[in-house]
Design a protein around this ligand. Structure first.
Ligand SMILES: [Cu+2]
Length: 92
């Protein structure tokens, strides 16, 4: 497995960030972001985990308001251990 910290997703403090979770698999993936809550659609609920159904895409948006390094991963532990994880970091 590659080191997720080797290629972090970099955001700028204060920006509004959109994440598109594209599920090309046939499994459910509860995608979880640490350190932030994200919004589903323009006026949707704020959550830190969203289930991405098979063959579906879910777009979320969050405010980059908590500098640090944060994990973004599937909440199925065996998926995360298989590599479904990334590190979100802030531009220095
Ligand atoms: Cu998963």
């Amino acid at each position: 497995m590659s080191d997720p910290a080797a290629h972090p997703l970099i955001v700028e403090a204060g920006e509004r960030v959109r994440l598109d979770f594209v599920n090309r698999s046939t499994m459910w993936h509860p995608m979880h972001l640490h350190g932030h809550t994200y919004q589903l659609a323009a006026d949707g609920p704020r959550k830190d985990t969203v289930i991405v159904l098979p063959k579906k895409t879910v777009s979320v948006a969050f405010d980059a308001d908590n500098p640090g390094q944060w994990m973004l991963h599937c909440h199925n532990a065996y998926h995360a251990e298989a590599g479904m994880m990334a590190v979100l970091g802030y531009r220095a």
